[in-house]
Ligand binder design. Structure first.
Ligand SMILES: Nc1ncnc2c1ncn2[C@@H]1O[C@H](COP(=O)(O)OP(=O)(O)OP(=O)(O)O)[C@@H](O)[C@H]1O
Length: 266
């Protein structure tokens, strides 16, 4: 695929602060069509804030979020909601509705679109099979293990065949084997669907398995964006510090928050 293409998602100069605390400070990130990009970064660097800005849950202070060339920040709430229908979103905690059965959760987007119950259930069963879960469609979420709930969440993410998918910490809270299962499913979903994927995680194994581009979010900015096959060889000091998990280094772990507060003083 040529990188001369127009980005599917283009984030330009995105900034967000809470009070005096600057979280995102001129974030720039391009995601090409059909590519899978993972934003990595320390806990508290603003990965979730970034995704929430894209989803319209948080309002950034400045910048643009262009999807297929259209600035989503200029859309009315109604138009934004319409665009969201072609998006798939896997939330960190699964976010299944407790009062709905597994199949109703999986086909939630289809049922809301008015698809009849029989077809919606058939599609839910098909996608549940795809994630390796059989005969669980009539269970309630409370009856699922954490790994099963995550797979149900993934089934729900892709049930309506979205062409853009956001994944928030897809392996958080899972054991290493279940993490591997989820990573393989995401890689297969990317291969099979050709969807454009943006994930956030601090799980480096997951990032390497599910993405073809890695972006390091650090001190409020995308500090470095590289192809994932360069992860082992790239010598950027911040990237190396993060990948190798060292407290000492150019990423100042203890007081970067203070540093950012100082940076916004008039
Ligand atoms: N609604 C909010 N109001 C005030 N501060 C917030 C709000 N949402 C996030 N923050 C702050 O923004 C910072 C970044 O949070 P965020 O959840 O994006 O981090 P993260 O990189 O996703 O971390 P983790 O990897 O631990 O999930 C944190 O200091 C958090 O306290």
């Amino acid at each position: 695929m040529s990188d001369n293409q127009v980005p599917r998602i283009s984030i330009r100069g995105l900034s967000k602060r809470f009070g005096e605390k600057v979280i995102l400070d001129d974030v720039n990130l391009d995601i090409m069509p059909g590519r899978s990009t993972t934003v990595i970064g320390m806990s508290g660097t603003g990965k979730s804030v970034l995704i929430k800005c894209i989803l319209g849950i948080l309002k950034p202070d400045a910048g643009e979020i262009l999807v297929d060339g259209e600035n989503w920040l200029k859309l009315s709430e109604h138009e934004h909601l319409k665009r969201m229908k072609r998006i798939g979103m896997l939330f960190q905690a699964g976010a299944l509705f407790d009062s709905l059965t597994v199949w109703e959760n999986v086909s939630f987007a289809l049922l809301r679109k008015g698809v009849d119950k029989k077809s919606a259930k058939e599609r839910a069963i098909e996608v549940l099979d795809w994630v390796g879960l059989h005969n669980i469609e009539d269970l309630m979420p409370a009856e699922l293990s954490g790994g099963m709930a995550k797979r149900v969440g993934l089934a729900r993410t892709i049930c309506h065949k979205p062409d853009i998918v956001f994944l928030d910490e897809p392996t958080t809270g899972l054991d290493p084997i279940m993490s591997d299962v989820i990573n393989r499913l995401i890689a297969r979903m990317h291969r099979d669907s050709g969807a454009t994927i943006l994930s956030i995680t601090h799980d480096m194994k997951s990032a390497a398995m599910i993405s073809d581009q890695i972006a390091l979010l650090c001190h409020g900015r995308v500090h470095r964006q590289i192809p994932s096959e360069q992860l082992d060889s790239d010598q950027d000091p911040m990237l190396r510090q993060f990948i190798e998990g060292r407290a000492e280094g150019p990423i100042n772990c203890s007081d970067w928050g203070k540093e950012m507060e100082v940076a916004v003083q008039p």
